[in-house]
Design a protein around this ligand. Structure first.
Ligand code: 8YV
Length: 322
């Protein structure tokens, strides 16, 4: 087996996805579901890999890319690829692939779940019940905000944004969006309205953040932006933690300048348990599960597997970032 091309996988993936690759390639895979591989472990264990199969929490920076001298392809188990130094990969002629499309509807479902949960204080209510706090009935106990008929602002109208907007129609919401470019055709088809960011912030009852994390979007929702929001509004982030300034968000929530937040993503993941945002009852939190349905995760993995195979067989991969 000396001449087989080498694939290195930084997480333990299901046999049904990986075994077919073992027939043609020399596959090495991280062994544990409990512990993640560290950066240094990837650097030493993937040293001679031709394909590196990564996840979002793997930092694939220039020094790592330059140390993997056989590398032809990096496949990321995510649609986003902000963990990878794309310029460095490009310079070294390394292909990067991702998983667009297959996770769109699943992630939109989760965005809507988190929106509803935040609006109606679902996780807070469950915590209270389990803590024995359901002792009597009072009319204003655990009252939230209505979603039906409310105004939804979507920041970042890509595939997932559109899928969220389609769901919002069923709730008879007015949908505003802000995006780098106008989506004129979709505006007509789905009945949503383009507005400047400030107008979106001022007019929305619920804001869903769905932009990729780039140097331009990093910290784009800070103190000034949160101050523009209604005091009764909630902000939902299912994109990337760095887009909303977490300190500014904490301050806005504790000073009642906004009503609530729902977060599936954090600046540092896994989020440290002593993170100030976790102390607030009006913050609904999830451990980055946007794409986490069985069918979607299997489809994402299959996409990566097919693209790795394609590159190693000198064919064109289907989901090339660069
Ligand atoms: C991740 C995501 O793939 O696709 C993305 O960009 O954020 C998620 O679907 C998931 O958290 C596994 O890394």
């Amino acid at each position: 087996v000396a001449n087989l091309e080498k694939i290195f996988i930084t997480r333990k993936l299901p046999d049904e996805v990986v075994n077919p690759l073992r027939e043609k390639f020399d596959v090495k895979m991280w062994h544990s579901d409990e512990i993640s591989m560290t950066y240094d472990e990837i650097k030493s264990q993937a040293r001679d890999a031709h394909a590196l199969w990564t996840v979002l929490s793997d930092k694939v920076d220039r020094p790592l890319i330059e140390s993997l001298t056989n590398l032809k392809v990096i496949s990321n188990l995510a649609v986003g690829y902000n963990n990878i130094d794309i310029d460095a990969a490009k310079e070294h002629g390394i292909i990067v692939t991702n998983t667009p499309g297959v996770l769109t509807e699943t992630t939109a479902d989760l965005a809507f779940s988190l929106l509803l949960a935040t609006a109606r204080r679902v996780t807070e209510a469950e915590r209270e019940l389990r803590a024995g706090k359901w002792k009597s009935w009072t009319p204003m106990q655990l009252t939230g905000m209505d979603v039906f008929g409310a105004t939804l602002g979507i920041i970042g109208m890509g595939r997932i944004g559109e899928a969220v907007a389609r769901r919002a129609k069923g709730f008879e919401m007015k949908v505003l969006y802000h995006n780098r470019s106008r989506k004129i055709n979709a505006e007509e088809e789905f009945g949503f309205t383009y507005v400047e960011l400030d107008a979106l912030l001022k007019e929305s009852d619920f804001i869903v953040v769905l932009t990729p994390l780039t140097p331009e979007t990093k910290g784009m929702i800070g103190e000034r932006e949160l101050n523009l929001m209604k005091k009764t509004a909630a902000i939902i982030n299912v994109a990337r933690g760095g887009i909303i300034d977490e300190k500014a968000l904490y301050n806005a929530l504790t000073s009642n300048r906004i009503w609530a937040a729902g977060l599936d993503v954090f600046e540092v993941e896994p989020v440290p348990l002593d993170h100030p945002l976790l102390t607030l009852p009006n913050v609904t939190v999830l451990p980055h599960i946007g794409s986490a349905s069985i069918r979607t995760r299997m489809a994402m993995m299959q996409m990566n597997a097919d693209d790795i195979k394609a590159v190693l067989e000198n064919k064109e991969p289907k989901n090339k970032v660069i």
